[in-house]
Design a protein around this ligand. Structure first.
Ligand SMILES: [Zn+2]
Length: 404
């Protein structure tokens, strides 16, 4: 299909004069602003930038495998043509259009193309190895949130991932599969921070409502269990052979063996969290008996007398009455994975949709709107005046439903 990438050669040009012939063109509803079909409405700038970036990437890949000089020059010219047409339209519109929506969309288009051309999305620091005296956690920290500084400039986010992986040195890194899963989880948080483009820092990346905060991280965990992804980097340390598919299947088998028990445990934790933060019993009750009662009522396991592990369960403090959001995230992530990524986890189109419809909004857009835009109205349900996740995808994945 490479021949399809080379279009009719364009004449030599510079960005500044690309629009001279059409700069004064009035807004024709039939043809779009400046004669561009996409610009029949202000939102068309988003599509125009998407197309320009996609086409430029195609051309760069094409050029990379191209020995012939005239073809390279033709392709380079088309990149400039594609990108500059969009930049010029956006700049002209920003400075001259009377409609506020057009001006705002044109500013956004300039901002995105600026970012595309200059390359940096943000800064990510990795401190992954355990060492003496280090805080024993695996976590994502937003050191500086992204924010819009001016109409065309953006403050790039700075993020750190701090983990405690053992048994590795930098010459030869050996991670357990559970470490890989953790790394993907934290990297999901990092991408949320790095790819969000919000006006204010307070809505940047992971600064979303708690019910939604763990969704990107849970979604990226799926990548750690997918053979098509693992074989790309998980290699034998001596032979360099990719991880055997059979081994991945048996890892998945071991995970599935206790999946329902694990889910029940998470429901139990969420119930404890809700009970301790919301119940107002008429008679005073100690936390040990509350936990013991919930365990008897909601799990398949007996409470072990004399134990009080929940006093060390720090999520009860840090997630106060919000631990259930991990379960919400599991449901949302399962739906997104099944609807968008399961068929091809490395699909550029799906990745681009994840970025533009989900991650880039940080906390600046209602999560239900984000989710519906992303995967349709199969992802949340209304119940008792509130909104809850649809459990269909997670249930199917875990084979919880009786097929008869
Ligand atoms: Zn997390």
């Amino acid at each position: 299909m490479l021949h399809a990438l080379v279009r009719t050669p364009a004449e030599p040009f510079s960005c500044a004069r690309r629009l001279l012939h059409s700069a004064a063109a009035p807004l024709f509803k039939e043809t779009g602003l400046y004669g561009f079909d996409h610009l029949k409405s202000a939102k068309g700038f988003q599509r125009m930038v998407d197309d320009a970036i996609e086409r430029s990437n195609e051309l760069v890949n094409y050029i990379a495998g191209m020995p012939s000089a005239p073809e390279i020059i033709r392709s380079m010219d088309e990149i400039s043509d594609t990108v500059c047409t969009t930049i010029d339209s956006a700049e002209l519109c920003r400075h001259t259009h009377p409609d506020r929506e057009f001006v705002e969309e044109a500013s956004r288009a300039s901002l995105r193309l600026n970012e595309y051309l200059h390359g940096d999305l943000g800064y990510l620091y990795l401190d992954l190895k355990s060492r003496k005296g280090k805080h024993p956690i695996c976590a994502h920290f937003a050191i500086k949130g992204g924010r819009r500084i001016s109409e065309t400039d953006y403050q790039l986010p700075i993020v750190a991932l701090v983990c405690n992986f053992s048994g590795s040195n930098f010459a030869s890194v050996h991670l357990h599969h559970s470490d890989v899963e953790t790394l993907f989880h934290e990297f999901g948080h990092a991408l949320h921070s790095l790819l969000s483009r919000t006006d204010y820092q307070h809505f940047s990346g992971t600064r979303v409502v708690l019910d939604f905060a763990e969704t990107p991280s849970n979604l990226f965990e799926y990548y750690a269990w997918d053979y098509r992804v693992l074989r790309k980097f998980a290699k034998h340390n001596l032979t360099g052979d990719p991880i055997p598919e059979k081994l991945v299947q048996s890892l998945i088998g071991a995970k599935n063996m206790f999946a329902a028990t694990e889910l029940q445990r998470q429901v139990f934790y969420a119930l404890i969290d809700q009970a301790l933060h919301t119940m107002q019993p008429s008679s005073v009750k100690d936390t040990v008996s509350i936990v013991a009662d919930l365990k008897r009522e909601h799990t398949s396991w007996k409470y072990v007398e004399g134990t009080h592990w929940h006093t060390r369960f720090s999520h009860l403090v840090t997630y106060g009455a919000g631990y259930y959001s991990y379960l919400y995230a599991k449901c949302f992530a399962a739906t997104i994975w099944q609807k968008m990524l399961q068929q091809d986890p490395l699909s550029p189109a799906a990745g681009s949709a994840l970025r533009s419809k989900f991650l880039q909004h940080g906390g600046a857009k209602d999560p239900t709107v984000i989710l519906n835009d992303l995967v349709g109205n199969c992802v949340v349900r209304k119940q008792n005046g509130g909104i809850i996740p649809d459990i269909t995808s997670l249930g199917e994945e875990m084979q919880l439903f009786n097929s008869s």
